[in-house]
Write a protein that binds this ligand. Structure first.
Ligand code: NAD
Length: 300
């Protein structure tokens, strides 16, 4: 059986369209423009690419984009002062500090300095607690995008067996909370898990968020299961020419697609949904800040 490809690019374009419609409505009916501030510290090339593309897409849906680029030697206090200013700036509804931060800056301190109602990454400890207790929160973008893709494909997830591989605060743990919220039976696997292939083989839904190129192979997958591949790994691709590279996921695409019922590709799966969910979270934050009804379909 050849798996259905879950087209993250197309779903993300749909979601950005919904966001743009709502941004237009906020402008017309409330004279409001949702604003997203992105803070980048240092010159990490991958982070620069992400920040540029976030800024471009923010403007494309009609929102305001505020970029703050700080040098790699920026003092922690200077970054905290900037966050304090953004917290009180009425034009800013969402604040994202691009991770990773340089080693001399305490990441947890910085994340928890963001006003939780503007924490569009959903990493503030208050949002983590709200999500964990099933209350309204800002939901981390990558797991939110995965959940939306799963709901789109399955409709109800109730009663399905889900295995999340990876227990990071950014992807694995919030993903497991969201799946639990949708009444899946959830297993979180990680680097110390025994018999990982055996555990994955039981799952109706596999979410791989490990960061190991093509670790999950088709013989781990239950026939008909849905595979969500979060991993983004750059590997050498000598077949494309000397020094060339390509992106692969945590799942070996061809062998998994031969067994799965549905699978997300890398690139073109989870990645585009992550940025679309960031924009959706900014609209949600703007609506909440102004006591305006939230549009359906933009959050969990
Ligand atoms: P992380 O390094 O913080 O966490 C990786 C997790 O994998 C850990 O919990 C670890 O226990 C587990 N792990 C490591 N080796 C393992 C093994 N052999 N078997 C089972 N589990 C193992 O990474 P992260 O931030 O959660 O990101 C994971 C991957 O997802 C990376 O490739 C990252 O680039 C990608 N990512 C993609 C997006 C996106 O938008 N598509 C967003 C965030 C992260």
């Amino acid at each position: 059986m050849a798996a259905e490809i879950i087209d993250g690019k197309a779903l993300a374009a749909d979601l950005r369209g919904k966001v743009a419609d709502h941004v237009a409505r906020l402008k017309a009916e409330h004279d409001l423009v949702p604003g997203l501030a992105v803070v980048l510290v240092g010159e990490d090339p991958a982070s620069q690419v992400y920040v540029r593309s976030k800024g471009k897409m923010t403007l494309e849906v009609g929102m305001a984009s505020f970029e703050h680029r700080l040098g790699a030697d920026t003092e922690e206090g200077e970054l905290l002062s900037l966050i304090a200013r953004l917290n009180t700036d009425p034009k800013v509804h969402g604040i994202l500090v691009q991770l990773p931060l340089p080693d001399h800056i305490n990441e947890e301190l910085v994340i928890n300095a963001i006003d939780p109602s503007k924490d569009v990454d959903g990493f503030h400890i208050l949002n983590v607690g709200l999500l964990g207790t099933g209350q309204k929160s800002m939901v981390p973008c990558t797991p939110l995008g995965c959940l939306m893709m799963l709901r789109q494909y399955h409709g109800s997830l109730s009663g399905l067996d889900a295995v999340v591989i990876g227990r990071s605060n950014i992807v694995g743990k919030p993903m497991a909370q969201l799946l639990l919220g949708d009444s899946c039976t959830v297993t979180i696997a990680h680097s110390r898990t025994r018999d990982l292939p055996g555990i994955v083989r039981r799952a109706d839904i596999v979410v791989a968020a490990v960061g190991r190129p093509e670790m999950v192979t088709g013989d781990w997958i239950k026939p008909g299961a849905t595979v969500i591949d979060v991993g983004i790994n750059r590997v050498d691709a000598p077949e494309r020419g000397e020094g060339k590279t390509r992106l692969v996921g945590d799942c070996e695409f061809d062998s998994c697609a031969a067994v799965a019922g549905a699978i997300t590709p890398v690139p073109g799966g989870v990645g585009p949904m992550t940025i679309a969910c960031l924009l959706a979270n900014t609209v949600t934050a703007c609506c909440r800040a102004h006591g305006i009804d939230e549009p359906d379909g933009l959050t969990a």
